[in-house]
Design a protein around this ligand. Structure first.
Ligand SMILES: C[S@@+](CC[C@H](N)C(=O)[O-])C[C@H]1O[C@@H](n2cnc3c(N)ncnc32)[C@H](O)[C@@H]1O
Length: 200
């Protein structure tokens, strides 16, 4: 392996070991507007194929960079934000409340299962989160249970500045193992959105 390849891998391993999840103290980085250059909220909303009355689950919203524009796309629907760090959820809640979004519920994750009903969501999405999830197959199985037939699971990973990125092949394998079918893949292996569908 060349040195140019080993250095990024070593940096990534260091971060994964010492910071297995993005510390809430660094959440301000996630609010940088330049992030839209890699994935804009508008592009994300199109990829999720949501309607005004959709019920949507965002797992790992952090401080809510994507949650605010997404909640605005759901005037007759509901957005549920589920994060493992209560401090992140509190920041997202503050941000959405400040912008007058009342169509949002908040849920504290335990890292393995969701105490939420079966066949409930039209879409579930994660942006730069899946690589931080410890029990990935368990989460996939839960997403399948929570999703309405025909619903979309959308996983986006952006390598720039994120040491936790999960390779798209791994995501695809875990999603299909849980019962999803591959729907659409956008972007490149360094900046992708992988959409999966629960069969009807
Ligand atoms: C890198 S941040 C991304 C935040 C947001 N999606 C964004 O793009 O701005 C990752 C977020 O996922 C959350 N997270 C990590 N593991 C999780 C898990 N197992 N379940 C739910 N949330 C998790 C972290 O607490 C953090 O808020």
């Amino acid at each position: 392996m060349r040195e140019t390849e080993t250095i990024p891998i070593m940096i990534s391993q260091f971060f994964k070991k010492h910071f297995p999840i993005c510390p809430y103290q660094f959440s301000f980085i996630l609010l940088c507007p330049l992030r839209s250059l890699f994935l804009s909220p508008r592009t994300l909303a199109k990829r999720l194929e949501i309607r005004e009355d959709s019920t949507v689950l965002e797992v790992g919203p952090g401080p809510g960079y994507y949650s605010v524009p997404l909640a605005r796309q759901l005037p007759h629907g509901k957005l549920v934000l589920a994060d493992i760090q209560p401090q992140m959820l509190a920041q997202a809640k503050k941000r959405l409340a400040k912008r007058g979004q009342t169509n949002v519920d908040y849920y504290q994750c335990d890292g393995s299962q969701f105490d939420l009903p079966d066949n409930h969501f039209d879409a579930i999405f994660l942006i730069t989160v899946f690589g931080e999830v410890q029990h990935q197959q368990e989460y996939m199985t839960e997403f399948f249970r929570l999703m309405k037939p025909g619903g979309i699971l959308s996983i986006s990973e952006i390598a720039i500045g994120d040491p936790h990125i999960t390779p798209i092949n791994n995501v695809q394998e875990l999603a299909t193992h849980a019962g999803f079918t591959v729907d659409k893949i956008y972007g490149s292996r360094w900046n992708y959105t992988a959409n999966f569908r629960k069969p009807r």
